[in-house]
Design a protein around this ligand. Structure first.
Ligand SMILES: [Zn+2]
Ligand SMILES: [Zn+2]
Length: 551
């Protein structure tokens, strides 16, 4: 492209998660954020979902850098995968604040991808020329320290990208910077919308600390505390309260340990060494002297809390009189597992505190409708684009922006892959570029497709059936009669139904021996006869795997 500026969301609009925004000028490409999304149960066995960046990979030589706004998974988690997709021709500059880079480094080391990029710290307020525009980070209030919004200065005006923010705890420097920008004029605002359905601001972090302090003061025995491992502000408050009340702190869960170490190393949390004790020592200390901070606030079965609640933790077991604090609200989809954990904790004799039963026990990192309205009033942008939200949230933003005086055609609802062209005349929707989702399943990236998922769904809902038989290579006659092994198919695991199915397969094989077709055709015939027989009897269509060998 020659002139103008093109913005294309590659993820994170019309959905919550896998934030990734492409910026394109005549001088190059810039990616903002590299987030993952966690799959729901529809995607059986899928670990992660990441954005498809084929468009950028095809233009790899023009990519000037990747900017990460903060250390949450939905902004940082796909970085190793995206760097791998971009290849290793040269190190790609990755920019971010100090904590972001610390978290990114740990993630890249896990994936052995450090050599693919050049991590470069960007101070708040410093101006970085990149691909024909300038980029500046400004500090925002969010649930992780060092979270940044972006100020992008281009030939077509100033763009403010809030990324995740709330106004309630906005650092003064950030608010001042936005106020001064408003005076010089903001062309376009890109705003977080994920909490726009809540009219009022979230409780402040200090109100949450007060709640925690009160629960600690009343706790008769051990305290077990869980929140998002990335919520370092909350973890810091809990450590302070523990120190005040003479309790030692133990940490359980790999991501919690890792994030705490990075935050201490970077000077974001000051924790005296003598306050921290290993888990096995914590288990031997008097109950009243211990708090254990652990992973599991989303009910993850493999987390420390998950294993503890179900009696499967190596060291930790729930005891009568334990106090368990869940300082997080379940993400939609996790509600059932979180509830099951709470049930088990109560059953084991623990006192359990969780939202909303205990008020002010969690504070969101995102702006409410009221705060988004205040931001629109402060910045008075000419144009606005809602981001980081599902369609209805983006629509609510559009209506709110109109209430604040923006003309309807100046608020553009974005979609993944649809370019937005910005020039002196305005902002218009452009064409679609290659984009979409890539599924990550264990160590394979992108190889799980619709066929694999359909098979997994069939296995889950209809069961599986393996039919094995051995035929003579020379005559095609049956050497070992067919045997059927079924899992998850009612009345197929033994009994007369199974015997009859095996008899039908034998008949197919005997008929086949007369005309000696290829093995593949015999397999297909077995499959279709069995499928029809089972469907007639059970109305199920299990996966059928014929294993016909020849001797
Ligand atoms: Zn965030
Ligand atoms: Zn986010």
């Amino acid at each position: 492209m020659k002139r103008g500026l093109r913005l294309t969301p590659l993820g994170g609009v019309g959905e919550v998660g896998k934030n990734c925004l492409l910026l394109e000028t005549g001088d190059g490409l810039i990616l903002i954020d590299a987030g993952v999304q966690f799959p729901d149960k529809e995607l059986l066995g899928i670990d992660l979902i990441i954005p498809d960046i084929s468009y950028v990979a095809d233009r790899r030589d023009r990519l000037r850098g990747i900017i990460i706004t903060h250390g949450h998974e939905d902004h940082l988690g796909a970085l190793p995968y995206l760097l791998n997709a971009l290849g290793s021709r040269s190190r790609i500059p990755v920019y971010g604040s100090r904590l972001v880079l610390g978290l990114a480094r740990a993630r890249l080391e896990e994936h052995k991808a450090e050599h693919l990029c050049q991590l470069t710290e960007l101070d708040f307020g410093a101006v970085l020329p990149l691909g024909g525009i300038t980029v500046e980070l400004f500090p925002v209030g969010h649930s992780i320290p060092d979270a940044a919004g972006l100020i992008l200065q281009s030939a077509y005006g100033t763009i403010v990208h809030t990324s995740d923010f709330k106004l309630g705890e906005m650092p003064a420097a950030g608010l001042q910077r936005l106020t001064s920008l408003a005076r010089s004029g903001v062309r376009l605002l890109l705003s977080d919308t994920v909490r726009i359905e809540s009219p009022e601001p979230t409780p402040s972090e200090s109100a949450v600390t007060e709640t925690i302090r009160a629960i600690f003061a009343e706790a008769p025995g051990r305290i077990i505390f869980t929140t998002f491992a990335s919520n370092l502000a909350r973890v810091g408050s809990v450590i302070n309260v523990a120190q005040e009340q003479g309790r030692f702190v133990a940490i359980a869960g790999r991501s919690m340990e890792r994030n705490l170490a990075i935050a201490r190393e970077g000077g974001y949390l000051s924790v005296p060494d003598e306050l921290l004790v290993p888990l096995d020592r914590a288990a031997r200390l008097p109950n009243r002297r211990v708090v254990i901070i652990m992973t599991g606030s989303q009910g993850e079965p493999s987390s420390a809390l998950g294993r503890m609640a179900f009696g499967e933790h190596r060291i930790l077991h729930i005891r009568e009189g334990d106090t368990v604090i869940l300082s997080a609200t379940p993400i939609p989809g996790n509600q059932r597992t979180v509830s099951a954990i709470i049930d088990n904790l109560f059953r084991a004799g623990a006192r359990v505190f969780y939202p909303p039963v205990t008020p002010n026990l969690h504070s969101s990192g995102h702006a409410s409708r009221q705060e988004i309205g205040q931001l629109l009033e402060l910045l008075k942008p000419q144009y606005a684009i809602p981001m980081h939200g599902e369609f209805r949230m983006m629509k609510l933003f559009q209506l709110l922006a109109q209430e604040k005086g923006l003309p309807p055609d100046h608020v553009i609802l974005p979609e993944i892959g649809r370019s937005l062209e910005i020039d002196h005349n305005g902002i218009r929707s452009g064409g679609l570029i290659e984009s979409g989702t890539i599924l990550v399943d264990g160590l394979t990236v992108g190889e799980v497709n619709g066929v694999v998922l359909r098979d997994r769904r069939a296995l889950a809902s209809e069961g599986i059936l393996v039919v094995a038989a051995t035929l003579s290579r020379t005559s095609g006659t049956i050497i070992r009669p067919p045997q059927i092994f079924a899992r998850g198919v009612p009345s197929m695991e033994d009994g007369p139904f199974l015997t009859e199915a095996e008899a039908r397969v034998s008949r197919v094989l005997r008929n086949a021996a007369e005309i000696e077709p290829e093995n593949r055709i015999v397999s297909e015939a077995v499959k279709s006869v069995l499928a029809e027989f089972i469907y007639q009897r059970t109305r199920l269509r299990p996966m059928i795997l014929p294993v016909i060998s020849e001797l």
